[in-house]
Ligand binder design. Sequence first.
Ligand code: FAD
Ligand code: UDP
Length: 384
Amino acid sequence: MPKTSILLVGAGLSGAVIGRELAEAGYEVTIVDQRDHVAGNCHTERDAETDVMIHVYGPHIFHTDDAEVWDYVNRFQTFLPYKNRVKATSGGAVYSLPINLHTINQFFGKTMRPDEARSFIEAKADTSIETPETFEEQALRFVGPQLYEAFFKGYTIKQWGMSPTELPASILKRLPVRFNYDDNYFFHQFQGMPENGYTAMVEGILDHPGITVHLSTTFTQDQAGDYDHVFYSGPLDGWFDYRLGRLGYRTLDFERFTYDGDYQGCAVMNYGEEGVPYTRITEHKHFSPWESHEGSVCYREYSRACEPDDIPYYPIRQVKEKALLSDYVALAEKVEGVTFVGRLGTYRYLDMDVTIREALDTAAAFLKHRDDGTSMPTFVKPPL
Ligand code: FAD
Ligand code: UDP
């Protein structure tokens, strides 16, 4: 009798979505996670002291242009309107991010209209940089030195632990510069927050008779042989016991504090200066603007190099890490019956919507390979 059982390592979005799709296709799905909760890094829970819904591993805002993914998440949770409006403290003043007309006018003490501001910033920009390669070149080319120093340089040194001259331009390209008063941090068509948190959403995804979840269970490779196929959303280098060395990550330390009232009046306040040791303060009750809470809970966020016992957050993906990644990919491609998925399994920074899109595509690819009688690839989306 053919085996029809699937093991998923990790009950984050990758594991939950692939698991659900395959359970709906008739597979018997087992999911293990070493943590004592589902939802991976999107995990949310109520703060015991204030009852505020907290994003335990850092703030998560859902934003996407992918209508299918938006419909998918709305199947399992009601998403309420939420617009991310980030503020930044720099040089003793508070500004609006991403850089928009308000930021520019306030920063330079002007009252410019959009066209005037565009010409003004263009005159400050270093137009000798034709194709920006580094983060710093990208900033100098598009916003000029003053805004770069105030908002990006110090923040980026703190966030990445290296000079913006060593980082790729692509990191800054994620942030728009706007010559109007639109202060929405994201430009996607759909944006919102799950009414009862991401963990409730993931619990909904996992609520299927074909799915069994074992929490506080660390995967060991001897478990793999009992299954038809394994989808692994743990760290790629971890699968190989780090035998070639560790892929570099940044980790975060969260310093919790409470406040009686409203601490900062917004969900996210960034700190652009290098002299302030944290990158940002998040006040979580503002992520659920439809709720009302007297007390407040906030987190100062500090970034540093990830050590073996820390939680890996941001893959570094510099030249050195990419070379090591390529060696691990070569090893992984020799492993049979396993597909590496998700942010850790493919060593990429993935937003939630992209994670879900890839998980849906991975499950569809699995079913197609089964129907075609061909073998499932090790990576559906090559990480290099
Ligand atoms: P994960 O959530 O990391 O899940 C992997 C799971 O595997 C974990 O639960 C882990 O415990 C488990 N695991 C690992 N190894 C093993 C093992 N050996 N045995 C058993 N279990 C194992 N995205 C957005 O769209 N919007 C945001 O605002 C946003 N903010 C973010 C903020 C921060 C600070 C970070 C780091 C990420 C943010 N993201 C955001 C990205 C989001 O967190 C990811 O898209 C999502 O977590 C990816 O899900 P995943 O299932 O691939 O990985
Ligand atoms: N960034 C910055 N100042 C800010 C916000 C962001 O310099 O106030 C830089 C920083 O290097 C960050 C990058 O822009 O890594 C992308 O910003 P995003 O908000 O996407 O950061 P992430 O989600 O990676 O924390």
